[in-house]
Design a protein around this ligand. Sequence first.
Ligand code: SAM
Length: 242
Amino acid sequence: MELSALKSVFLFLSLFMMTSEYEPQRSEMELAEKRWEMVEKQLTARGIRDSLVIKAFLDVPRHKFVPKEFIDSAYFDSPLPIGKEQTISQPYIVALMTELLELKGPERVLEVGTGSGYQAAILAEIGCEVYTIEIIEKLSWAARENLKPFGYNNVHFKVGDGHRGWEEHSPFDAIVVTAAPDQIPHSLVSQLKTGGKMVIPVGDINQDLLLITKKELGLDIKTITPVRFVPMTGDARQSGAE
Ligand code: SAM
């Protein structure tokens, strides 16, 4: 199907899906258009190619994961505040991190830093079994509320320090860390399957996004790009470091 026809179908379906909600149809239509533009101008134009990632970004309404006062900015090319001095990450960085994991759908994925729940929704939409940990209890509960209308039964939440990972559900096929530790947390590496991938921002003010692949012997570590995430709080001694 041609791109313009696909866009019309997308906008029609977006409108159809939203009519049961309170917000005015026109604004939902505008938001769906902004979402389409976000995918075109911020993701595919910058090289995001994975069709599962692109479809998830079209299907998950980012404006449902930001505070009401930021709805108009929900499709901007930037992180946004979500309260408690935390942020929902820039769409391109969420897409890049997701694409780097090369997910196909049935994988078991650990997310450290639930935040708004947006990244968890993207992973759930791809079909993954998602285990997400958030250190700030209030944010974890707000994320559960954000996700509730979507009815996912493949997202599992935990309040706690992500340095420890989530041992009971390990090993994970993939891990995505959305807050920056100073060093790679050893416990997260140990909860990754051999052959599994982890994306993680590492550093203090100057951070690098790393793609780590766990090998039979050791780790393959690639530096992807400089990034700026909120720091990973909690107790790094819970995890050891590599
Ligand atoms: N993935 C989130 C989303 O889609 O909205 C964005 C996450 S925000 C950039 C980083 C989150 O990591 C914050 O909510 C913060 O509270 C959380 N965080 C920081 N340190 C943590 C830790 N040690 N364990 C779990 N969560 C942590």
